[in-house]
Ligand binder design. Structure first.
Ligand code: SF4
Length: 478
């Protein structure tokens, strides 16, 4: 186990060696993926500067003199922004060793190297980041010229959040009725033990996950509570990969901060299998759970290897409601197997389950992303369904056999993008999507005047998704 404890790091002339960590976007969260490496590097004596492009610009004075610039790409949208940022980073820090790390780095290795990136890292990156920083300090080539996906257990330390923008500037919790709370962001594990075919975690972690010790998670929560956090959003890919660990974390959280609330992401399968744990989540302050329902069509769910059925989704809705916890479902609304009728069935199910108010409009627009290394290629014949890798899309494009489906997806995506960062009313947006989908299918849209859209739920001010077009606002900081 490499824990990164080393003495102060200085260059040959004795000056401190500056490393800049950059986060293009992390769903409006103050990024753990910057704060954890920052702690490792600072502890080893490096001068660490962080730039979060969701709130800051690529400032020349921050990048000037950097020996290494490491950009984190934890999601598709972030990778698209990173690709736009890399040429400017190279201009502003021409002598810096360039590194890109995170889930989307290894799968985009060839493209990233074309932008002059020397080190590409995925998995448990901190030791390799530290080694690359040591090499940069000594003006050596970094030890690995190939992508490094390392899953060795590492010694997590308390994340260093001082160099990041104020927590209050990040996404906040919005409660029904309009009250807002400052949200902090923590991770209790990384990776995932499941192998859903469309998931970007899978090619890197390949069914494994790593837990972050309870005391480290608690120390991170504690420092964010001091910064004003009244709620914690857990960013683990799946909070119930290790339910015992998750319970230890939330019990400790609740013991020390009984007024702090939290949310987490838990897959439908786990919600059904471990329904016995839901009352304990509620007792310890869980307000809502995000869950990747993805589809209501069992055939599509099988293609995605979700290991849950459409009926399980209904069960999970009931179980969470019974426990008094809100559900924020997410969907891959458009896939090569989604028919217009199937899309209408998704809308009808959202309506029937009274989940309209729980679904951000972006979730009704998302199209299956096929990144390099996707386990979807393990489906027989899948490679025939996609075109060659598209550098601009950062994925393999696909066309639906029914062009009306692609046309509908584009229309809904444009509608959601037009609405901008401030979501329109979820009910109003749903009605518009409902109308568009029925039009596309050549059916009259049933009136929704009397429909019950369900209760408003607690939510973060920036919705969860992993692959959407970067907005002009996100690209403007470059
Ligand atoms: S979709 Fe969720 S449960 Fe499935 S592999 Fe990815 S993180 Fe794990």
């Amino acid at each position: 186990m490499f824990d990164g404890s080393a003495g102060p790091q200085r260059g040959a002339s004795g000056e401190r060696c500056k490393i800049v960590l950059v986060s293009p976007y992390d769903l409006g969260r103050q990024p753990f993926a910057l704060a954890e490496p920052a702690a490792w590097l600072a502890r080893a004596g490096f001068e660490v500067a962080c730039l979060d492009l969701s709130l800051q610009r690529l400032e020349p004075e921050v990048l000037a003199g950097a020996r290494m610039v490491a950009v984190h790409v934890g999601m598709h949208t972030a990778t698209r922004i990173a690709v736009g940022a890399l040429p400017r980073i190279r201009r502003l820090a021409p002598d810096a060793h360039l590194c890109v790390y995170g889930l989307y780095a290894p799968m985009n290795e060839a493209l990233l190297r074309g932008f002059g990136v020397h080190t590409v890292l995925g998995g448990e990156c901190e030791p390799a980041l530290l080694e690359a920083a040591l090499a940069a300090r000594e003006h050596r080539e970094p030890p690995d010229a190939v992508p490094v996906v390392k899953l060795d257990k590492i010694g997590f330390v308390t994340p260093l959040r001082d160099g990041l923008p104020d927590l209050k500037r990040y996404a906040h919790l919005k409660l029904p009725g309009g009250r807002v709370k400052v949200s902090g962001f923590a991770e209790a594990s990384r990776g995932c033990k499941h192998l859903c075919r469309h998931c970007p975690v899978v090619p890197v972690y390949q069914g494994r996950f790593r837990v972050i010790p309870v005391e480290v998670v608690l120390a991170d929560i504690r420092q964010q509570a001091i910064m004003g956090a009244e709620h914690i959003s857990f960013g683990d890919p799946d909070f119930f990969n290790g339910p015992t660990h998750a319970l230890r974390v939330v019990r400790a959280l609740h013991r020390e901060f009984p007024r702090l609330t939290y949310d987490a992401t838990i897959k439908i399968e786990h919600l059904v299998e471990r329904a016995d744990l839901l009352p304990e989540l509620k007792r310890t302050g869980c307000l809502f759970v995000t869950s990747a329902a993805e589809a209501v069509d069992d055939r599509v769910l099988r293609f995605l290897a979700k290991n849950h059925t459409s009926v399980d989704f209904d069960r999970a809705v009931g179980l969470l409601r019974a426990a008094g916890i809100a559900l924020a479902p997410t969907f891959v609304a458009f896939t090569p197997w989604t028919t217009l009728e199937g899309y209408l069935a998704l809308l009808e199910r959202v309506l029937a389950l009274k989940l309209v108010a729980a679904v951000p409009p972006v979730q009704l627009s998302l199209r299956l992303l096929v990144p390099a290394g996707s386990y979807l290629f393990k489906l027989r014949g899948f490679h025939n369904m996609v075109g060659p890798f598209d550098d601009a899309l950062l994925g393999f494009p696909w066309r639906h056999p029914d062009p009306r489906v692609d046309a509908l997806q584009r229309k809904i995506q444009e509608f959601v993008a037009r609405a901008g960062p401030e979501e329109p009313s979820r009910g109003a947006a749903f009605c518009e999507v409902w109308r568009m989908a029925h039009n596309a299918a050549g059916r009259a849209a049933p009136a929704l005047d009397e429909a019950d859209f369900g209760d408003e739920i607690p939510r973060l001010s920036e919705p969860w998704y992993c692959c959407a077009e970067p907005t002009n606002r996100q690209l403007a900081v470059l």
